[in-house]
Write a protein that binds this ligand. Sequence first.
Ligand code: FAD
Length: 515
Amino acid sequence: MNASAVSAFDASVLIVGAGPTGLTLACDLARRGVSFRIIDKTTNYFAGSRGKGLQPRSMEVLDDLGVIDQILANGRFHLAFRAYDGTTILGDYDMHEGRHPTPDVPYASTLMIPQWRVEEILSLRLAEWGVQVELATELVALEQNDDAVIATTQKGDTQDQVRIKYLVAADGGRSFVRKLLNVGFEGETWKDERMLVGDVRVDGLDRDHWHSWPKHKDGWIALCPLPSTEMFQFQAQIPAQEEGEPTLATFQQIVDERTGRSDLKLYDPTWLSLYRANVRMVDRYRDGRVFLAGDAAHVHSPAGGQGMNTGIQDAYNLGWKLGAVLNDADPSLLDTYEEERLPVAASLLGITTKLHRQIFSDNVKEMRRGPETLQLELNYRASSLSQQDDLSSTSLRAGDRAPDAPLLDHAGNRVRLFDFFRGPRFTLLSFGRHDLAGLSKVRERYQQNLRIYTIDDSPSEAVADNTHLADDQGHALRAYGGEGGALFLIRPDGYIGFIGGDRSIDFVEAYLKHI
Ligand SMILES: Cc1cc2nc3c(=O)[nH]c(=O)nc-3n(C[C@H](O)[C@H](O)[C@H](O)COP(=O)(O)OP(=O)(O)OC[C@H]3O[C@@H](n4cnc5c(N)ncnc54)[C@H](O)[C@@H]3O)c2cc1C
């Protein structure tokens, strides 16, 4: 059917795929009041763990979406990695030794939690907004013109046509949409680097260590307890010449041979799979009104636990931009999604490939994870959305992650900056000297989309209302600088969009006007 033949829109956005990427986007759009649908071809949610490491930056996103308590309750920090040679313990390693929360970084190390649990928590959150994933519903065709996308979905024998303004392909590594639109997916498949992976119960191992036998001649094997379950994730390297059949019998045989123990019993598998290393990314994130996100845009080694996390942040970057453009912002804002996220995917492939090489070369001493895996240092400094006027009082740059800080509110309650960032709007922080007339002009004009807070080192008479925060311990000043007066405009996704001096309110206004 010709796209122009159908007129009314069924929804503004169709999200294809309800993995961590699609669900994060769905939650973000739901809280913005955007009309959307989310479909997945699967009939039941996937039972396997797959990703099991949630990075600090993703936890900040999930905090903003209102599910961090459930996430923390179901996960575990600082799970010690225990290496063996046969029955001999070689040592215990904390991949995140010395990493603990600080005033500016509330989540400091990787949380172990099965991916399906993260998806479950996001689905339940989505249901609170009255949205259900439409399961057993597959995207089978799409076409687009300047005004709309017409998506054909199939449920059982019934096909439907859905007219939307934008479609987001969060349909995973084998993305149907990416192939249909002929988007390039350059990279390599490392045919000989395969592993068996699955979730099983194991008798004979404690649940306080990630058990690993890195030195066996046929390759390494690891059994990681999955928090909030009774399962372990099994991973074993497969020699190039071997078949690598994903059956419980093969898993048990590998455990027996490579651990040298006869007391470890595997049973009740919920997922048995053979993984092949693929390292690829798209050459563009956008085709007209269609956006690619998550594994649909980049696949890489699971080493370092980056995939699910990068998908969550693709979605978080795209969500506020879609929300803004559907609310009449300049559509060119959507071009910044590719501008900001494509370089992240490129660097991700480098990080995970390096870790993959370390793991596949049995170098146990290299177990500590580098800070880049936490995704806190990731920034958009080079983006056209990152602007600055006066940097004399700060070492931060526009495009950096906005740090957290404990403060006091006007009633003397202990609060965090992240409490004030939470929600779908921009936040303007005014430090030190305040241009009160300028702030109130901008507040009036952008009240729907902007919150403004003044920050001083002690409660201030001049601005004693609920928009004033006291930096009684100096944490905000240490994290931001801003001594003598500065403005920081924080984007809805927690990155600094604009930095300027206390007199640069006109620049803030121009920035917001553009968006
Ligand atoms: C062994 C292993 C370990 C890993 N460890 C980690 C880790 O520790 N940390 C980490 O961050 N990542 C890890 N990953 C990677 C992580 O699992 C993926 O990056 C993540 O699943 C990507 O999420 P996604 O939502 O983009 O895609 P997916 O989770 O693949 O979801 C895509 C969804 O789209 C649906 N779909 C596909 N086609 C259609 C269609 N035509 N119509 C409707 N629906 C469709 C699918 O049914 C699926 O539900 C690991 C992966 C593996 C295999």
